[in-house]
Ligand binder design. Structure first.
Ligand code: GLU
Length: 274
């Protein structure tokens, strides 16, 4: 049975791009007699707002995109993420990173990946004694995955995208990603991987801008012995000028379209056409 999910972050109102993404996952589930799940990705307590979570439920219900079972909210599951971090730590594939954002953007050699500068690995080389000293001094730190070490442990990996085919995993391309942030004991990469496994998602659908992230998720699955789903990265919706939709752009918000008097069918047609 196919199990898909829609996993928005409540940091703003859903727009047409989200409607497309939700419809994409919902249809694959409904056309095959499978399940469509809803997950609220709200680990970032500073940016997520309850009113936006409420608006997500309301917009999806208005669009007629019904979900199965209970909604999973990531903010209620930090214990699951902590447990995964403890397992990774025991394998020796994590290290504390004390760098600030400015340290990283300022590093001359930092090439830029999809998610901003790729971490140059500064703290990977810190001697154990220095790490201990900084931690004892109360310096805030994130936990990063030592990708090369992790990959040496798992060996070469591949994964499958239904639109592209078989892909050799290249997790090194994103550098040593953060798995626990300084202010949050989890990160997008960690939470999304754990949750897709816990929720028995068999087909992960999301926009193509997240394609590079899948290399890391595949690596985490191998390290943590998690089931490997299939993926389908769909086109990223853009506005008439070819710019991707932004949550701050109210005109394309589903709520605005609804207030203008559009029907759910019209909004879904607009989203599907984009
Ligand atoms: N929460 C992510 C977002 O809103 C989507 C995560 C995913 O589908 O993997 O962009």
């Amino acid at each position: 049975m196919i199990v898909t999910r829609f996993a928005p972050s409540p940091t703003g109102l859903l727009h047409l791009g989200h409607a497309y993404s939700a419809l994409f996952a919902w249809r694959l589930a409904r056309d095959s007699g499978g399940k469509f799940l809803l997950r609220i990705e709200d680990i970032d307590r500073g940016r997520c707002r309850e009113e936006f979570a409420g608006a997500i439920f309301e917009d999806l219900a208005w669009l007629g995109l019904d979900w199965d079972g209970e909604v999973r909210r990531q903010s209620g599951h930090f214990d699951d993420y902590r447990a995964a971090l403890a397992r990774l730590d025991a394998m020796g594939v994590l290290y504390p990173c004390f760098c600030t954002r400015a340290d990283i953007t300022g590093a001359a050699s930092a090439p830029h990946g999809g998610e901003g500068p790729i971490y140059p690995g500064t703290c990977r080389a810190l001697p154990a004694e220095e790490r201990r000293r900084r931690i004892e001094a109360g310096t805030a730190y994130a936990l990063r995955l030592d990708v090369a070490k992790a990959l040496a442990r798992t060996g070469p990996l591949d994964w499958s995208d239904e639109e592209v085919g078989r892909i050799v995993a290249d997790p090194l391309a994103l550098g040593d990603v953060v798995l626990a942030r300084k202010d949050t004991p989890a990160s997008y990469h960690l939470a999304v991987t754990i949750d897709d496994a816990i929720q028995d998602v068999t087909l992960v659908t999301r926009a193509r801008d997240l394609f590079p992230a899948t290399h890391i998720h595949r690596l985490l699955q191998a390290l943590l012995d998690l089931p490997v789903p299939r993926w389908r990265h769909h086109a990223l919706l853009t506005d008439a000028d070819g710019k991707r939709f932004a949550k701050r752009d109210r005109a394309m918000a589903i709520q605005s379209l609804r207030e203008e008097g559009r029907t759910p069918e019209e909004v879904l047609t607009l989203a599907a056409k984009k």
